[in-house]
Ligand binder design. Sequence first.
Ligand code: ADE
Ligand code: ZN
Length: 340
Amino acid sequence: MTDPREFIHRLPKAELHLHIEGSLEPEMMFALARKNGIALPYASVEAVRAAYDFSDLQSFLDLYYAGAAVLRTERDFYELTAAYLRRAIADEVRHAELFFDPQTHTARGVPLAAVFAGIAGALRQARAEHGFSGRMILCFLRHLSEAEAFATLDAALPLRAEYAGLWIGVGLDSGELGNPPEKFAGVFARARDLGLRVVAHAGEEGPPAYVRGALDALEAERIDHGVRAEEDPALLRRLVETQTPLTVCPLSNLKLRVVKDLREHNLARLLRAGLCVTLNSDDPAYFGGYLNANFIAAAEALALSRDELAALARNSFRASFVSEAERRPWLDEIDALAAR
Ligand code: ADE
Ligand code: ZN
């Protein structure tokens, strides 16, 4: 198999950094807006796509939250998730730990139970029909207060038994600058005490100090993005030593102007320096590509070798929250493919 695209396609992969609301394609946005009687500030699907020209994270988040307003019912969350899972399965993604932003929806009067039930319903169906392995990670919006994060966690806890094995952890997302991890130390401590896994966005637009804060104040087990950690050599050494994964999102970083050109992206340097780097799609409907598109773009821009592509796929399972026994068959499959 000499074609790198074919190799990428056939690699079993895990997706660890995907906001389910960020998989809302404009066509579905229009269909749900019509169904739910919600006015969109765009005349057409093409006009929506044309608006996806971002200058930074906040300029994207403004559209992302506006788009998410079309999601109202359990069925809407089910359809959204099912559509993502169809694309993931087509990309040979075997396992996904999906982020969702309950506060975006509860603030509009959508019941938290509808959000959980819709996403979980699609995950259970994909497990039954395709053997797809899916989990849910509830993200707190960091531009809101810690008290609001606590209220969200408290509201979700009564649902825990119903979604045992699916809802496995909490994360931290939204506008990073001015909202350091330390702001959420209390709610993350509570989540850890409850046995939830913890991850956090850090070092996307924020400085290396935010990555340190996510590690020290939140005890984050993975750092989402983390690319700015490179500015702090001691921090990089720590990340190599602890093998704390960075869930890197190349097309997102390009669209949000974290990097000017993918050829300048540091993911290959980080990987070659011994960090546990994974590739992910973040908000693929907004950034122009799902997981394989991110692999292909990174491979072409950075001349990633077959061994490096296989290492990225292996890292995705190593960094995931599945058991050793669950990840073994996927790792064996990668080894077999890489040996050909
Ligand atoms: N929410 C959705 N995508 C995000 C990103 N890339 N950074 C922070 N918050 C987000
Ligand atoms: Zn993200």
